[in-house]
Design a protein around this ligand. Structure first.
Ligand SMILES: NC(=O)c1ccc[n+]([C@@H]2O[C@H](COP(=O)([O-])OP(=O)(O)OC[C@H]3O[C@@H](n4cnc5c(N)ncnc54)[C@H](O)[C@@H]3O)[C@@H](O)[C@H]2O)c1
Length: 357
């Protein structure tokens, strides 16, 4: 039996996520929520495939109203970024497992409020949606970082990320990343470093800087920390990992997945989006081209949603999904904290503060 869900956000990027839920085996949306009812109805009418009967008549403006009218176990939140924290708290307090697309919070206060609501409902699963760790290329990199056949102990690594992203969404509208501080790490870097956290957990320390670039053509005008950033992470075994990323680049050489190198005790790993190579003693021992991000990211989210459903139903990877995706938020905010204070941040101590331990 698929898990009954409430889906929040029915247009733009959120619409594709509703389609991913229709495509998923483990979830079935029983109601939708959107503050723009007219646009949401048009969005639901445009869905393909096995759309649940009457979904078009089950669109509400609040999660509370949707939950009062339809029983649901889980809630998936794809509304605008600035609404995330409030909607997550509402969903948790209504007793639903909750997955909200990154960034779940835009400030440390919001994050702590979410954690408070989760601590009051510890039996519920809380996940920050990170759709780029699920495709076959990302899964292969994780396998080589964690399993016997891979690099062995990580000794060092790097990731480079380079895109050109226009933050204007229309003549008078901009993505929140254009006016909220600190969203490069939370909305750009999190897509790559979530894959590091998923494989290797959190580093012990991080030192980060943001790029001061202002590019009015791309909507990078007044917000702090929106164009790009660099970070140096240090793992508990002493392994350094460096990151350099920009969304003000002049080309798009590696896409959202980035270019990666890892040096390990047993092997070296190289990844350019879907192309992965493993080297041992000077020889390339594996060389694979795998599916990287799917067009529109709908299949990526379908994979994520089925994993979420499985974690709720059977417990498979439940702790890993919850801890590593919340851990990614904490690491991204630790990067902001370091960049703001010009200091090296003790990530473990920072995480304890964020989780109120
Ligand atoms: N993971 C990724 O790859 C990726 C890519 C693009 C966007 N995103 C994120 O996905 C989210 C949705 O993006 P979008 O472009 O669809 O955003 P959007 O601002 O267009 O919002 C989507 C829908 O949510 C509705 N909405 C806004 N506030 C609401 C509220 N309080 N309650 C209910 N509905 C509300 C809007 O009416 C709209 O229909 C954003 O947080 C964005 O950053 C993630």
């Amino acid at each position: 039996m698929p898990i009954r869900t409430i889906h929040v956000g029915c247009t733009h990027f959120a619409h594709g996520r509703l389609q991913a839920q229709i495509n998923a085996n483990g979830l079935t949306p029983v109601a939708c929520v959107d503050i723009n009812l007219e646009a949401a109805r048009a969005g639901v009418a445009n869905l393909q495939g096995d759309v649940p009967e009457n979904l078009a008549e089950r669109i509400y403006t609040t999660i509370t109203e949707a939950k009062e009218k339809h029983d649901a176990q889980a809630c998936l939140i794809y509304a605008s970024t600035t609404a995330h924290a409030k909607l997550i708290i509402e969903s948790l307090n209504l007793g639903m497992h909750t997955l909200c697309v990154k960034p779940i919070a835009t400030t440390q206060t919001e994050f702590r409020e979410i954690i408070q609501a989760h601590k009051a409902n510890p039996e519920l699963m809380l996940v920050q949606g990170q759709n780029k760790r699920w495709n076959p290329a990302a899964a292969k990199m994780r396998e080589w970082l964690r399993e016997e056949d891979g690099i062995g102990e990580m000794l060092a690594g790097e990731c480079r990320f380079w895109i050109r992203q226009n933050l204007f969404t229309g003549p008078d509208s901009r993505q929140p990343d254009a006016y909220l501080d600190g969203l490069f790490f939370h909305a750009g870097t999190s897509h790559q470093l979530d894959q590091l956290v998923a494989a290797k957990g959190l580093p012990k320390y991080v030192t980060a800087h943001i790029h001061n670039r202002r590019d009015p053509e791309l909507g990078q005008i007044e917000a702090w920390g929106t164009a790009g950033g660099n970070a140096l992470m240090e793992y508990a075994n002493g392994a350094p990992f460096s990151y350099a990323g920009t969304r003000a680049g002049h080309a798009s050489p590696f896409g959202w997945s980035g270019h990666w190198t890892f040096h390990g005790e047993n092997a070296d790993l190289r990844r350019d989006a879907g192309h992965l190579q493993l080297f041992r003693t000077g020889t390339c021992v594996e060389n694979v081209n795998l599916q990287d991000l799917h067009a529109g990211l709908i299949e990526d989210d379908r994979l994520q949603f089925d994993a979420f459903a499985d974690a709720i139903a059977t417990g498979t990877d439940r702790e890993w999904m919850q801890e590593t995706t919340l851990g990614t938020w904490v690491l991204m905010e630790a990067c902001n904290e370091s960049a703001r204070t010009h200091a090296r941040v003790d990530v473990e101590a920072f995480a304890a503060k964020m989780f109120g331990n």
